[in-house]
Design a protein around this ligand. Structure first.
Ligand code: CS2
Ligand code: MN
Length: 354
């Protein structure tokens, strides 16, 4: 496995490249142009500039997370073709700079959703929390008001400039079924995967978070069956997965080690995160340690070791520890602890432990 660490860029992250370099066994950063709108092209010269900066600190740029998909592609509108053309050009430019894996998601309107970005835990740390009733009993309009009134409550997809469009976007999805969404994903993949093959890049879709439908929007990357359908959409190694143990692990039916064994040839990027699930559907993000959450991270890492995983792996969200001020879920300390936990399990297996 190749350990990498998500980094939001200079002036956009409380963690620096120097910090990342000091975590044992990290070879690269997972980066992106966060200022780009979905559907916008990423130019070669700006990519090369970022590459030079990151490489000057001794880290590689092999993994990008995310090149976001324009909603017109997800909705299957006639305007999608121009955005798909842009996407293809971005793939070519990223490949030219040496990028190997592109993580993306196909969730309508929102990326991950939580109801509390800094829920206090018993030990005084804070973590991302999802309260099922709150989402089930709130309309998107009310949630939008809450986000507008409380700037701290900003999640991916909830950026202020997007808020006013969210309601109309949600309306556009009325009548779009999961099958429609999957067909739109097929249309997209059938066009970009040949480009990936040509330039040796792998697409790695990130699962839905949480892995069920919210606000009646369709979702198609939530279960074992969904992953099976996804890999069958286009039968190529380039059509792959980001297996996120945290996103998928929020649903009790998802058996993460089984998914690792079953989809081993298609996993190009592993996100490792633990969550504690409650019977009412709530969940909180915990430390990586197996005993702290509901996902057995020891079994997860063992499964990667068993399949001889050579791909990229990163700690996903962490808790906020020791008073750290950082992006929600993306502090330095807990993710660094997570890395050492993963290395510990992996290295023990390498040395013949079980
Ligand atoms: C990430 C996702 O922060 C996270 O949970 O795993 O937001 C991920 O970056 C996107 O869904 C990928 O497109
Ligand atoms: Mn993830």
């Amino acid at each position: 496995m190749q350990m990498v660490f998500r980094w939001y860029g200079e002036n956009n992250d409380s963690v620096s490249l120097n910090h990342i370099n000091q975590i044992p066994g990290v070879s690269g950063v997972v980066w992106a142009f966060h200022h780009k709108q979905p559907g916008e092209k990423w130019g070669l010269s700006e990519i090369l500039k970022e590459k030079e900066h990151i490489e000057s600190k001794g880290l590689n740029i092999d993994v990008v997370e995310s090149v976001n998909i324009h909603e017109d592609i997800k909705l299957g509108l006639p305007t999608r073709d121009q955005y798909i053309d842009n996407y293809k050009e971005t793939i070519r430019n990223l490949a030219e700079a040496g990028v190997k894996v592109i993580c993306y998601n196909f969730m309508p309107v929102f990326d991950w959703i939580r109801t509390d970005l800094r829920k206090e835990m018993e030990d005084g740390s804070t973590a991302l929390f999802y309260e099922n009733d709150k989402i089930n009993n709130i309309t998107p309009e009310e949630l939008i008001r809450k986000v507008t009134e409380n700037p701290e409550f900003t999640m991916p997809g909830w950026e202020p400039e997007r808020l006013e469009h969210i309601q109309s976007l949600i309306n556009q999805y009325k009548g779009v079924t999961a099958e429609d969404l999957r067909e739109n994903l097929r249309y997209f993949l059938e066009r970009v995967i040949p480009v990936c093959k040509e330039c040796d890049v792998r697409m790695a879709i990130h699962p839905d978070d949480p892995p069920w439908s919210v606000f009646n929007l369709p979702r198609i990357v939530s279960t074992q069956d969904d992953l099976q359908k996804l890999v069958s959409l286009v039968d190529s190694e380039c059509n792959g997965l980001t297996l996120c143990s945290g996103a998928l692990g929020a649903h009790p039916d998802n058996d993460i080690p089984k998914m690792i064994y079953d989809f081993k040839d298609r996993i190009h990027f592993a996100h490792v995160r633990n969550v504690r699930r409650y019977d009412n559907g709530d969940f909180i993000e915990t430390s990586h340690r197996a005993e702290d959450g509901s996902v057995d991270i020891v079994k997860v890492i063992q499964a990667y070791h068993d399949i001889g995983y050579k791909g990229y792996i990163r700690p996903d969200h962490g808790r906020h520890l020791w008073g750290e001020e950082c992006r929600p879920g993306y502090g330095l300390y807990d993710r660094a602890l997570g890395i050492m936990y993963m290395h510990g399990i992996w290295d023990t297996m390498e040395k013949g432990g079980s």
